[in-house]
Design a protein around this ligand. Structure first.
Ligand code: TXE
Length: 501
């Protein structure tokens, strides 16, 4: 584990942009890139300023207009997407190690889940475009109407730090599959994996010049220059709700749209008829996978009264027993938080929970004596869903537990949220599961399973969890313009204006 960390760290180059098929010289403002497990800088990011962003957007526009990609046959696009799939898998260990180094997410998770998932995104969209088509309508006598889906043009893809490769690969795979060119902006906190990913694609000469471009830097510099650029056609964003709102305002100036995958505070409801052990395993995974830094975390738990004592006791014991440590250690279940600000933020929620009357069940403190940004996995019991710890996204290994009496009551409390990303239901009663699927105000409902993502379905939220859906037709809606063509088949009689008859 020490070797993997030092091998990956010693090979790091300065992070720069990639514009029109070339890596940019490292001249931009320098921003340190940290390893959250040691709190030490491991690389330097050279920030892309407005000029570099403009060059990246122009390169993407020129590539789009040239048509080598937008007008390529589906077979050619499939071939490229599958080549990227293979490339990710061939370099899985290196990409996973970079992801772990930069995010602190356990290597067991980046290697076995995130990187294969990033590859699968490209395979999925390669297969989807081979089967996907438009629609034809023949109901209007004398006419044939058809709908086709055309690429939007230049897509700005802005990614978060909690799963940099997986979440941004999803956007890239969708944008490219439908014939767009793109400018990608990773989080300035976690630029390492995507930078290497671009280098791999460049070396393998998979895509025509300018089809993918990379800019790096802070949100208020590089992110704003990109989302406010007049020549982008849309933004696909994953990140915080406040940032999503800023990006939407920038887009509104140009009457453009965007797809926003924002925060969540997803309820996970355990009914007393559920398979207790599976619900317990699922609740722990839903709260603590990915260091708890997941938009779809099911960390707002509701447990039915008759099983609550037993559930809370076991959940507390297992939260205390979680192995926190070096994310490269195969035994580690929880790595460090992304940065010091996040540690402080979590601690402020422990305080606010206490002040509002919640009971601390487990954790609640940062771990002293280690260099990195480590905290104890935390669980608090709350009497009311109105507490800040039950309403706000904490984005950390932090679960809240509430008890409930019946379906009516829990539905109301689960839906009492400004977010609406995922609703988890644990029950053995099929009718109840289907009722809850209708009643929960969320974009996705998962029944008796944690963290399952089926790319054929759309993923995204309602309310302040976002706009748009990622996956199959959801991504098509995001990355294409629907065009309707209506053809007269029988020369229907037309009123002859201006003839006086
Ligand atoms: O995210 P930001 P932050 C939530 C989570 C977290 C909070 C804040 O609760 O604690 O958001 O995290 C870019 N124009 N999630 O502040 O700022 C930024 O550079 C254009 C949920 O780190 O939203 C980065 O690339 N871009 C979540 C990206 O936006 C801008 C994932 C995300 O950063 C910009 C991450 C601007 N004005 C955080 N400002 C999820 N849903 O999975 C910033 N950016």
């Amino acid at each position: 584990m020490k070797d993997l960390r030092s091998d990956i760290t010693s090979g790091l180059k300065p992070v720069t942009g990639y514009v029109g098929g070339r890596f940019v010289a490292p001249t931009g403002a320098e921003i340190p890139v940290l390893d959250p497990a040691s709190a030490k800088p491991v690389a330097v990011l050279h920030e892309s300023d407005a000029g570099e962003v403009d060059a990246a957007v122009s390169a993407a526009r020129m590539a789009f207009r040239a048509g080598h990609w937008a007008e390529a046959s589906v077979a050619q696009r499939q071939k490229a997407l599958l080549a990227i799939h293979d490339l990710i898998l061939a370099n899985a260990e290196e990409l996973a190690a970079l992801e772990t180094l930069n995010t602190g997410i356990p290597y067991s998770q980046t290697k076995n889940m995130h990187v294969p998932r990033a590859a699968q995104n490209f395979r999925f969209f390669a297969e989807f475009i081979n089967q996907d088509g438009g629609e034809v309508f023949t109901q209007e006598k004398g006419y044939m109407s058809f709908v086709t889906y055309e690429p939007m043009g230049v897509c700005a893809l802005i990614g978060p730090w909690n799963m940099p490769l997986g979440l941004t690969a999803m956007k890239m795979a969708g944008a490219l599959a439908f014939g767009n060119t793109c400018v990608v902006k990773p989080s300035e906190i976690t630029p390492l994996t995507l930078s290497r990913f671009f280098e791999l694609i460049h070396d393998a000469e998979i895509l025509p010049e300018g089809v993918i471009n990379l800019v790096n830097g802070r949100g208020h510099v590089t992110g704003e220059a990109l989302s406010a650029h007049p020549d982008i056609d849309m933004v696909s964003f994953t990140g915080g709700t406040a940032t999503g709102a800023r990006i939407l305002s920038a887009l509104a100036q140009g009457i453009k749209g965007g797809a926003m995958e924002l925060g969540g505070k997803s309820p996970s409801i355990v009914f007393d008829d559920a398979d207790f052990d599976r619900a317990m395993d699922g609740a722990l995974l839903g709260s603590f996978m990915n260091n708890g830094q997941m938009c779809l975390a099911g960390s707002r738990l509701f447990v039915q009264e008759s099983v609550a004592d037993r559930f809370i006791e076991e959940f507390t014991a297992r939260t205390k027993a979680l192995r926190v440590g070096d994310p490269f250690d195969p035994a580690t279940e929880i790595g460090p938080m992304i940065n010091a600000a996040q540690v402080e933020r979590v601690m402020s929620y422990v305080e606010s929970g206490r002040a509002e009357g919640a009971t601390l069940l487990a954790g609640g403190a940062s771990i002293e004596g280690r260099d990195g940004f480590y905290i104890e996995p935390t669980a608090m019991q709350a009497e009311s869903n109105a507490l800040a710890i039950c309403q706000e996204e904490i984005f950390a290994p932090f679960a809240t537990l509430q008890t409930f009496t019946d379906e009516e009551e829990v539905t109301e409390r689960a839906n009492d949220s400004m977010f609406g990303l995922v609703g988890y239901v644990w029950t053995a009663d099929l009718e109840r599961a289907l009722r809850m699927s209708r009643r929960l105000a969320t974009g996705t409902v998962l029944v008796n399973t944690p963290i399952m993502r089926d790319l054929r379905t759309g993923f995204g939220g309602i309310r302040q969890s976002g706009i748009g859906r990622e996956g199959a037709k959801g991504s098509r809606a995001m990355f294409t313009e629907m065009k309707s063509t209506i053809v007269a088949l029988e020369r229907p009689a037309l009123p002859r204006m201006g003839t006086g008859s």
